[in-house]
Design a protein around this ligand. Structure first.
Ligand SMILES: [Ca+2]
Ligand SMILES: [Ca+2]
Ligand SMILES: [Ca+2]
Length: 623
């Protein structure tokens, strides 16, 4: 163990004092095994007050050299040594930026190395019941969460339920070894390349074994045992049963639903059969997911889950998982636990469907309820929200990076109350999903904005995610103007920046976070688009997009946000003599909170007439 007892004792004292009514015996059991319960707390009243910051723990800060085994900083695809302690040591940097919620990469134990790459990102689960020792231990994670809570920051943990890491091979030729070979002679049969770790999808059922005599039934599933790379049989034990996996082989075409839901994720990530439950199917897969992940909340008091690969899992699973997690945590004092999902897809309908109260047929519902043993019946509730991937493509990329027409944003927003859920989930965050999209610019799976966009464009995109309806989410390194391209180039180490706070992007984010804090309208108001344009060439309003935030839960507060997204030309709202008309009372004087000095008074007819805005610039106007 590389941890000093004094740190544990200090943390222990913190746990006991925070918990208040804790009995001495409760503290003792925690001190002895670090396995004990801690008191769960509700840290959030309204998630729209939050600013989320996404951290790849391995790349943020190295606070403990004692866990730097296998570290190789010369390769982007290897572990670099960042950890929870490093993150905890730099919370003040994030507070200054205006961050209120950390979303940290997956915490559970992973396959260490596979095919020359490391599981530094955390998405290659091996043991859902153990923490990833590269990032620290339970004391470190608890300490991070407690320190964050002391600073009024919340912690969201990334989880994966769709697949496990590369933990078994399909022994197609039944020789007890993982083979990578060619089958067929090309004359009497096709030449087929078969990798037993990652064979292509079989549309007809499980991957089939073949001998010289022909098909021989489902291929045996063989778990690897290699402690050096942590290729070990998965835990909890239910995942050592071959039935816990769909065993169909690697997805070739994500547009085919069977493959989308049941195929192994490229890279040999084994797809779990997420429909199974104990009482109905004899294998408690759904229960194991709830138990494994809810347990981490109970052990650390984290405040939410970001959920990976949502579109690859059946809605039946999401209904069970989200409802059982909410019920269990709410009963222990953790209310408004946020669960938002990643649907890596530009299709708004596909994104929104996972946030709907989505009741299946009566027959299906009865079948799903056959999984329930606590008497609390399944309803249609699913996730609280999803990442706004359609907006990432249609607004961030198309408009703010490429200068396409701003009508694209309005068209997308107009669909949200149709495509997304409009009723909060029971015991959920209390806000309709359609009001709380997670607004992001880029993340670890797409090139960073600056890889191809300009800095003024990035600043517009930041102003956009901080003032649009929903919750802003910043990918770590954005504040340092990182420009990495696709994975793994977009996963840079943050520490070479020495956590400097002077660059203009850091300062803009800080300013935007303050504007948001000070404005109920921007955080909680309804949204009305006051100008969008199909014109994107040299017309007077080309590139203009404007919306007001008011009403809803904003009280009397009001804000009007105006963008010129044109890459080269100054533009203003208004076209052929028709001005932009807003909802603020005539005579209201609005000034720019970004500090440009621009001020405008709403005309008697509700019009707002502005001088042309510079290309790729914005105004955040408020009384
Ligand atoms: Ca470290
Ligand atoms: Ca074999
Ligand atoms: Ca799946």
């Amino acid at each position: 163990m590389h941890h000093l007892n004094s740190i544990r004792t200090a943390l222990l004292a913190l746990v006991c004092s925070v918990a208040g009514g804790y009995q001495a015996s409760g503290c003792m059991s925690y001190e002895e095994g670090l396995e004990g319960e801690i008191e769960l707390t509700t840290q959030v009243s309204d998630w729209r007050d939050e600013v989320i910051y996404q951290v790849l723990v391995d790349r943020f800060a190295d606070g403990d050299e004692g866990n730097n085994y296998g570290v190789d900083r010369t390769a982007m695809g290897k572990y670099h040594g960042g950890d929870w302690r490093g993150l905890e040591q730099n919370l003040d940097y994030l507070s200054e930026l205006g961050v209120t919620t950390l979303w940290i990469s997956p915490i559970i134990k992973n396959v260490d190395t596979d095919a020359g790459f490391d599981g530094y990102h955390g998405y290659w689960a091996q043991d859902l019941t153990a923490l990833n020792p590269h990032y620290g231990d339970l004391a470190d994670l608890r300490s991070l969460v407690f320190s964050a809570h002391e600073k009024k920051m919340k912690v969201i943990v990334d989880i994966v339920t769709n697949h496990m890491g590369q933990l078994f091979y399909y022994d197609i030729n039944m020789n007890g070894e993982p083979d990578d070979r060619v089958q067929g002679d090309g004359i009497t049969s096709d030449v087929v390349h078969i990798n037993e770790y990652d064979p292509d999808f079989n549309p007809f059922g499980p991957v089939i074994a073949r001998t010289s005599l022909g098909e021989a039934g489902p291929a045996p599933v063989i778990f690897v045992r290699d402690p050096a790379t942590n290729h070990m049989p998965p835990l909890p034990e239910v995942f050592q049963d071959p039935r816990a996996y769909n065993r169909r082989g690697r997805t070739v075409n994500f547009d085919i639903e069977d493959q989308l839901l049941h195929g192994d994720f490229p890279g040999g990530l084994k797809d779990i059969n997420t429909t199974l439950c104990g009482p109905r199917d004899g294998l408690p897969v759904k229960e194991a997911m709830v138990e494994s992940y809810a347990r981490w909340v109970e052990l650390t008091d984290i405040d939410g889950f970001r959920i990976d690969t949502v579109k690859h899992v059946e809605r039946e699973f999401w209904r069970y998982f989200t409802q059982k997690v909410r019920q269990r945590l709410a009963a222990s004092g953790k209310k408004r636990f946020l669960m938002f999902g990643e649907v890596f897809d530009g299709n708004d309908q596909l994104n929104g469907v996972f946030t709907k109260n989505d009741l299946p047929t009566e027959e299906e519902l009865a079948s799903e309820n056959a999984c329930v043993t606590d008497g609390k019946q399944i309803t249609g509730d699913q996730l609280d929200s999803v990442f706004y991937f359609p907006q990432h493509f249609q607004a961030i990329r198309d408009v703010f990076q490429q200068g396409q027409s701003t009508k694209r944003i309005q068209d997308l927003w107009d669909l949200r109350t149709t495509n997304w859920g409009t009723v909060p989930a029971e015991l959920g965050i209390g806000i309709p999903p359609s009001d709380v999209p997670i607004n992001f610019i880029d993340n670890h799976d797409v090139p960073r904005f600056l890889y191809q966009g300009t800095k003024p464009g990035l600043h517009n995109a930041l102003t956009f995610i901080f003032t649009a309806q929903g919750i802003p989410c910043i990918y770590y390194g954005t504040e340092q103007e990182f420009k990495g391209g696709n994975d793994p180039s977009n996963r840079e180490d943050l520490w070479p920046t020495e956590f400097s706070t002077d660059n203009s992007t850091f300062q803009l984010i800080k300013k935007l976070a303050k504007i948001r804090r000070d404005s109920a309208a921007i955080r909680k108001g309804a949204v009305t688009v006051t100008w969008a344009s199909e014109r994107a060439a040299d017309e007077e309003d080309a590139g203009i997009f404007a919306y007001e935030r008011s009403g809803g839960d904003a009280g009397d507060d009001y804000a009007l946000v105006v963008f010129n997204a044109h890459l080269e030309k100054a533009s203003a709202p208004g076209f052929m003599g028709s001005p932009m008309v807003v909802g603020a009372p005539p005579g209201t004087t609005l000034t720019d909170k970004l500090g440009s000095g621009v001020s405008v008074t709403v005309g008697g007819d509700g019009s707002v007439v502005l001088d042309p805005l510079e290309p790729q610039s914005a105004l955040v106007l408020a009384p």
